[in-house]
Design a protein around this ligand. Structure first.
Ligand code: GTP
Ligand code: MG
Length: 195
C-alpha cells in the first residue's frame, strides 16, 4: 500500500468529536508502551506523526489519522498504565469502551501484544471483551526485532493459545524497527476495511 497522504484529522474524547465522514476505521489497542503509535508511524512511513514515548501513557485521546482519504487509524490510549491517576484511567476506559462498542465505521481492532511475553491478564481481558462485542480483531505480535527468528513461532503459539484466539482472527508478526510484516498487515487491514 502506497501512503500518499496521512494526517491527524480528529482528536476526540467524546462522540460529538468523532469524524462525521463514513470512512472505515481501524482502532489500535494494547497495553501502554507496547508500540501502538510506533505501529501507526511505520505503517504510514512517517517518523513521528503519531507521538511516541519510552514512558507509558503518552496517548490520552482518540486520535484519528486519515490515510489517503480512504481509511482512519484510530490511536487509543493504552491499558494497564497503573501510574495514571485512577479517575483518569476510568475516564479513558469509558471513552474507549464508548467508542469501540457502537461505532458502525469500526471494521476491526488491531490488538498489539509484545511478541517477547505471554499475554498479560489485561491483554486476555481486552481480547475477550472485543470478542464479546463481536468485533473482528487482528492480533499483531510486535517488537519481533527483539527476539531471534528461531523463537518467533513458539512465541506466536503461546499468544494464540493464551488469548484463546478464534480461528478467523489473524495473528501476524510485526516490527516497527525493521518493518517486518508491514505488507501483510496492510493487506489484512484493507481486507477488513472493505467488509
Ligand atoms: P501509549 O501511547 O503509552 O499507550 O504507548 P504506545 O503503545 O503508543 O507505544 P509507543 O509507540 O509510544 O512505543 C513505546 C516504546 O516502544 C518506544 O520507545 C518505541 O520506540 C518502542 N517500540 C515500539 N515498537 C517497537 C518495535 O517494533 N521494536 C522495538 N525495538 N521498539 C519498539
Ligand atoms: Mg501511543
Amino acid at each position: 500500500m502506497k501512503v500518499t497522504k496521512a494526517e491527524l484529522a480528529h482528536v476526540a474524547v467524546k462522540k460529538e468529536q468523532y469524524p462525521t465522514s463514513h470512512l472505515p476505521e481501524i482502532a489500535l489497542s494494547g497495553r501502554s508502551n507496547v508500540g501502538k503509535s510506533s505501529f501507526i508511524n511505520k505503517m504510514i512511513n512517517r517518523k513521528a506523526l503519531a507521538r511516541t514515548s519510552q514512558r507509558p501513557g503518552k496517548t490520552q485521546t482518540l486520535n484519528f489519522y486519515e490515510i489517503n482519504e480512504m481509511i482512519y487509524f484510530v490511536d487509543v490510549p493504552g491499558y494497564g498504565f497503573a501510574k495514571a491517576p485512577k479517575p483518569e484511567r476510568e475516564a479513558w476506559g469509558r471513552m474507549i469502551e464508548t467508542y469501540l462498542q457502537d461505532r458502525d465505521q469500526l471494521k476491526a481492532v488491531v490488538q498489539l501484544v509484545d511478541v517477547r511475553h505471554a499475554p498479560s491478564s489485561d491483554d486476555k481481558a481486552m481480547y475477550s471483551w472485543l470478542k464479546h462485542f463481536e468485533i473482528p480483531v487482528i492480533v499483531i505480535a510486535t517488537k519481533s526485532d527483539k527476539i531471534p527468528k528461531g523463537k518467533w513461532q513458539k512465541h506466536l503459539s503461546v499468544i494464540k493459545k493464551d488469548l484463546q484466539m478464534i480461528e478467523t482472527d489473524p495473528l501476524l508478526l510485526f516490527s516497527s524497527e525493521t518493518a517486518q510484516g508491514k505488507e501483510q498487515v496492510w493487506k489484512t487491514i484493507l481486507y477488513y476495511a472493505s467488509l
